[in-house]
Design a protein around this ligand. Structure first.
Ligand code: GLC
Ligand code: MG
Length: 687
């Protein structure tokens, strides 16, 4: 396209003429004085433009389609060039400042908390949570139907006890196929649906991983007892015969010898738990490989983590020597329980942590996508050897579990006093390696329910403790409503451990979840069967009833869970002891740089007391009760010198201060990772 001269009447704005224009015949306003040499020509052209038309151009405005040389002429004028250069350097400076700021913020920012740190972990015992098909046993669809419960409680992490295919001798902890779902619980499709739905609701699923043993019905065991060359050493076999003594004095956790003679193979196999749970031989490389493949199988399906079962039993000493007796004078034939021996050769053997760290590394391979961190928690009761438990945290250079379960608070009911609770808390805080993350368990499927062992009076204060301590709380299903143990008569016993020794039965803490005061407490509303009896108190202690009551255990649990999540000092601040006596345990939660802090005063004693905290200079003289387990006390303003609490009462005070407690009392304070709050920018930074 080209413009005709003025004749076609086209107007270029205020311009009367296009000085740089060259028409079809080669004519135009810019004379061609070219010499034929390209470089020279250009120079001359622009020179002639300047020479010929300098005055004219100053009267013209830029227009669309103007030739390059004219454009350059304009753009080199100071009024265009200067602002352009200013803009250019401003952009450069801004970009550099932003990059520098970003780098500084990233470098100074403490790590973000991961999903397993920001929410309590809720344990579902799938047999007992919700039965969708009316066979009396809970199932995966039942769990899916109740997911709203976790939204209500503000809980994101759900650990589901085993649902693998199993003959159910130890209710799922005896696995027949690690890649299949037991029909009692549903199908693989049900599992996939449940997982997808959980993820869509922002919930994470933690599975049990049971490496120590399989069921005696597992294909590997059958191949091993028939001496298939590949599987021959998959389990721990030793020479013995049916009538002669066992290979050594080792005993099972469930009682009696941990060796059973197998007629098919003509040897004894080791089982640290039931005889239907033969121990795998982790000295066999194929076994190690199989277990890693299983980890991959579930991670690929999308599970978010594993609770690793009974890990300290994974390896045994290859020499199979007798373990030392606790009482050397006891006749050897009376050695039948795990308490009779020092487990020098059957637990925590060299090589165990290498195995766990290897599994951790496999899991880390799946953790790289943002928000897809795969969590690992180990289960090991090493009661009197806290150092052994702490080893599961790994070292600063090699990661192992995110935390080993902390079972010390399971002993809380032994002696309800503030000092005792402080002692149990301190056992963990004082021994936990620097920079690690704490966790707290007050109940699980192996231990009596805390509301029964400590008493209903204390369930609220225990939940308050659990949700205001630093670290991840674990809640066993039903603890959020204060469920209690059931009474199980001898003829009703289901648990194999209980069949061996009724007092060791774990049935009492496994009764159906109490959802409502409907039939079977809403656990199974199709038929009148439940695999264990429902607790008779279900008419008052159930989710539906407690939801209506602002003062219920459930409502308080929910408020605490929300409080914990929404306040920085509670989930990532300092934890400082301020007081402990026969009744009361009190501590602070504060964060450097933040004025807001919390004081928690918990009465675990048997009577009402008044606590004097006037010696804590950092506390304001007057404190307002933000939460109390006794609704009447909410909102009260108390003097720090006179803080009254009833037996089983817990108080949370929120206060504002410029004086932090931790700098003056470092020996009383703990923090996982130091962080400071910068008010002007509303960010956390490492300090
Ligand atoms: C763990 C489980 C327990 C089970 C045992 C054997 O300790 O918590 O329930 O019986 O391992 O797998
Ligand atoms: Mg083992």
């Amino acid at each position: 396209m080209s413009f005709k001269k003025d004749t076609d009447g086209m107007e270029l704005g205020e311009c009367t003429r296009n000085p740089g224009y060259q028409d079809e015949d080669g004519g135009g306003s810019v004379p061609d004085t070219g010499t034929g040499v390209p470089g020279e020509k250009e120079e001359e052209d622009s020179a002639s433009v300047k020479l010929d038309s300098a005055e004219e151009y100053t009267q013209l405005k830029p227009y669309a389609g103007m030739p390059k040389e004219v454009l350059l002429l304009y753009s080199s004028q100071a009024r265009y060039r200067v602002p352009r250069e200013i803009l250019f350097w401003l952009t450069v400076a801004c970009t550099l400042t932003l990059v520098a700021l970003t780098i500084t913020v990233i470098a100074l920012s403490p790590r973000c908390l991961s999903w397993w740190q920001v929410s309590p972990v809720y344990q579902i015992y799938p047999r007992s949570f919700k039965d969708s098909d009316g066979d009396g046993v809970g199932d995966l669809k039942g769990i899916q139907d109740q997911l709203h419960h976790f939204e209500y409680l503000n809980i994101k992490s759900i650990w589901i006890s085993p649902f693998y295919r199993s003959p159910m001798k130890d209710f799922g902890y005896d696995v027949e196929d690690f890649r299949d779902i037991d029909p009692l619980f549903g199908t693989m499709e049900d599992f996939e649906e449940l997982l997808a739905e959980m993820h869509s609701k922002g919930l994470k699923l933690i599975m049990d991983f049971i490496p120590n043993h399989t069921s005696d019905r597992h294909r590997w065991f059958n191949l091993s007892r028939t001496r298939d060359p590949h599987y021959e050493d998959y389990y721990v076999w030793a020479d013995c015969n049916a009538s002669a003594p066992k290979p050594n004095n080792w005993v099972s956790v469930f009682g009696n010898s941990s060796w059973t003679y197998d007629e098919v193979r003509g040897q004894c196999y080791l089982h640290q738990f039931l005889k239907e749970q033969p121990d795998l031989n982790f000295r066999n490389e194929h076994v190690r490989k199989e277990m890693i493949d299983i980890i991959h199988f579930w991670l690929k399906k999308g599970v978010d983590g594993f609770r690793m079962d009974a890990v300290k039993h994974i390896l045994e000493a290859a020499h199979l020597r007798d373990e030392p007796q606790v009482d050397p004078n006891k006749p050897p034939e009376s050695i039948t329980t795990e308490w009779d021996l020092y487990h020098d050769y059957t637990t925590s053997q060299p090589g165990l942590h290498d195995l766990l760290r290897g599994w951790r590394a496999e899991m880390d391979g799946y953790s790289r996508e943002p928000g897809r961190y795969r969590f690992m928690v180990t289960e090991s009761y090493d009661y009197h050897e806290v150092d052994k438990t702490m080893m599961y945290y790994g070292t600063p250079l090699v990661k192992e579990s995110d935390f080993p379960f902390n079972f010390y608070l399971l002993d809380l009911s032994h002696n309800t006093s503030g000092l005792w609770v402080k002692h149990l808390v301190h056992l963990w805080m004082d021994n936990m390696p620097r920079g690690q993350w704490a966790n707290w368990v007050v109940g699980n499927h192996d231990r009596p329910r805390i509301a029964s062992s400590a008493g209903q009076t204390y369930i609220r204060v225990i939940n308050m403790l659990l949700l205001t301590l630093p670290g991840t709380p674990t809640t066993y299903y039903g603890e959020e409503i204060g469920m209690e143990n059931i009474n199980v008569t001898d003829s009703q016993i289901q648990d194999p451990a209980g069949k061996y020794n009724a007092s060791a039965s774990r049935d009492p803490e496994r009764s159906p979840m109490q959802w409502s005061d409907d039939m079977n407490a809403g656990f199974n509303n199709k038929t009148n069967t439940t695999w264990l009896p429902v607790h008779p108190d279900y008419r008052t202690i159930n989710v539906e009833v407690q939801k209506q009551d602002e003062d219920s255990v459930l409502s308080q649990y929910r408020s605490l869970s929300r409080l914990r999540q929404s306040h920085l000092p509670l989930h990532r601040g300092w934890f400082c002891y301020v007081h402990a006596d026969a009744s009361v345990f009190a501590y602070l939660r504060e964060l450097d740089g933040l004025n807001q802090a919390f004081l928690i005063v918990l009465n675990f004693g048997k009577q009402s007391v008044t606590t004097d905290l006037s010696s804590i200079r950092e506390l304001p003289d007057q404190l307002e009760v933000l939460m109390s387990t006794n609704q009447e006390n909410r909102g009260k303003v108390l003097q720090k010198s006179r803080i009254p609490t009833g037996a089983g009462e817990g108080l949370v005070f929120e206060y504002y201060t410029h004086t932090r407690f931790n700098p003056n009392h470092p020996a009383q304070c703990y923090i996982s990772e130091k962080a400071c709050y910068l008010r002007v920018m509303d960010i956390l930074y490492t300090c």
